[in-house]
Ligand binder design. Structure first.
Ligand code: ADP
Ligand code: MG
Length: 473
């Protein structure tokens, strides 16, 4: 068996109003080439202007990934020719990127792992090519969209770790609002570097790079295929070639694309048209304050402070809005476990069923808190509370109003329930006799009391009283 070594380079489009160096909008366009200008198509004499918002969001992501930020950030030109790159170079950051030496904590199947970030840099997206039979079309809409590239160290050792890291990274993009990170729109794409080494080897094996994989599931499949392919080569005494390969999502195999290009081939030099940008400590502090508590920390908090399971915690933090809703409910005074139960067992199911978000839900955190309180104080039973919930979101009325309208109150008063229980028991001495002989008639009596009170008797109090009264006879 060989040890697997994986490093990822993840590209993610930054959410901004305009493109990275031009005035074109940064939106999802319906028609090809409808959203472009002279900078995007690289006409001679163009002058790029750095986008402040893209820059700020890049710094935010850098800080969220615990990176060190430089005092001065610079842009560089990466020179190469390809039809999707009209200028003949890409503006990127090589010498002074927005972040270096960071890390992300992840939890893989119950075990913590620190994923090391080599660097994060801001660059521009390329145009997209559509290939048809014997010709191709170029769409420049994507050209110049701000793109953040996160480069990890070769520190992951399984497909599970790689996928968990990608999910965590996506979560950070969403929580910070830096990107919508939609893989289905190609906003988040991943290059996978993978090599194998002997368990006791001290040096990494030769890596293969798989470019532009656009779904997490394909990342997993590509990794699994490469592990198999490289294992077979090494086992038969062969050598893995250092090359770029393409993953084919139809037959689930990888194919050679080209042999390695060295950094030196790109002839990097500083982009002369964008001055170096100085970053003040004040700006860093200001941005830090805007970063909300992230998923990993929230899960720790929910497990540690609220006693939730990892499973439930991870479900709640999946969507920041749901997690914020949960925290808001607790802040109002609701019991964390009851709140979590409501979310995981009822509310999320409802949202999924109707494909709506928690913002669309009529029930606010305050109303959920009220609903939970009514159960806690014995005003209504937990069974009734579910009825109230569904009626509340159906009729857009507050829980307290529904409870009043439905005449729902719970009887917890000992004397009222005891009087009814005694009457019911008196009516059926033969069933008490049966019970003594070992036949279970207890539930029948509980049912009768429930019936007489139209389901309003508190079930626990009822059971206790009937048990007491039966024992007396
Ligand atoms: P290159 O010079 O080929 O671009 P880098 O050292 O810059 O290589 O790394 C590019 C990516 O490849 C990084 O994500 C890194 O973690 C990963 N990587 C580097 N070496 C290996 C290896 N031996 N096995 C797997 N991944 C690797
Ligand atoms: Mg490199």
């Amino acid at each position: 068996m060989y040890k697997v070594v994986i490093g990822l380079e993840v590209h993610c489009e930054v959410k901004t109003n305009s493109k990275n160096f031009s005035n074109s909008r940064n939106t999802y366009s319906e028609y090809p080439n409808e959203n472009i200008d002279t900078v995007d198509i690289g006409l001679p004499g163009i002058l790029p202007v750095a986008n402040k918002e893209a820059f700020r969001k890049s710094l935010m992501m850098s800080l969220a990934l615990n990176c060190k930020t430089p005092d001065i950030v610079m842009f560089d030109r990466k020179n190469y020719y390809y039809p999707d790159l009209p200028k003949g170079y890409q503006i990127t950051q090589e010498t002074k990127p927005v972040g270096r030496d960071g890390y992300v904590m992840i939890n893989v199947n119950g075990e913590d792992k620190k994923i090391l970030i080599n660097n994060i840099h801001l660059e521009e997206d390329t145009a997209s090519l559509d290939h048809f039979g014997n010709y191709s079309l170029i769409d420049y809409n994507r050209s110049g969209i701000p793109l953040l590239e996160t480069v990890t160290e070769p520190c992951m050792n399984s497909a599970d770790e790689a996928i968990t890291f990608l999910e965590a990274l996506k979560g950070i993009f969403l929580y910070t609002g830096v990107s919508e990170a939609r893989t289905d729109r190609g906003q988040m794409r991943c290059d996978v570097n993978i090599s194998l080494m002997e368990e006791d080897a001290t040096e990494f094996g030769t890596k293969v790079e798989m470019k532009n994989i656009n779904s997490f599931n394909n990342v997993r499949l590509a990794i699994e295929y490469e592990i198999k392919r490289q294992t077979e080569i090494l086992k038969s005494g062969g050598k893995v070639l250092q090359e770029t390969r393409r993953f084919d999502s139809e037959d689930l195999k990888t194919y050679p694309m080209r042999s390695k290009v060295d950094a030196i081939d790109y002839k990097y030099y500083i982009e002369p048209n964008i001055p170096p940008i100085k970053i003040s400590d004040d700006l860093i502090e200001e941005i830090k304050k805007e970063i909300p508590m992230l998923q990993y920390e929230r899960v720790e908090k929910y497990m540690g402070e609220y006693g939730l399971s990892r499973y439930d915690s991870e479900i709640i933090v999946k969507d920041k809005k749901v997690s914020d809703y949960f925290e808001e409910t607790i802040k109002l005074g609701a019991d964390p476990k009851s709140s979590a139960n409501w979310l995981t067992s009822i509310i999320l199911g409802h949202l999924n069923k109707y494909e709506i978000t928690i913002d669309d839900l009529y029930l606010t955190p305050k109303m959920l808190y009220e609903l939970i309180s009514m159960v806690d104080t014995g005003k209504i039973s937990s069974k009734q509370s579910k009825q109230v919930f569904f009626k509340c979101i159906e009729e857009n009325k507050e829980p307290s109003v529904i409870v009043k309208e439905m005449g729902m109150t719970q009887i917890t008063d000992d004397k009222t329930i005891r009087d009814i229980a005694i009457r019911v028991l008196d009516e059926h001495p033969e069933l008490i006799e049966d019970h003594r002989k070992g036949k279970n008639t207890f539930d029948y009596f509980v049912g009768q009391v429930m019936k007489e009170t139209r389901g309003q008797a508190n079930p626990k109090v009822t059971r206790d009283i009937i048990l007491e009264e039966m024992e007396k006879r």
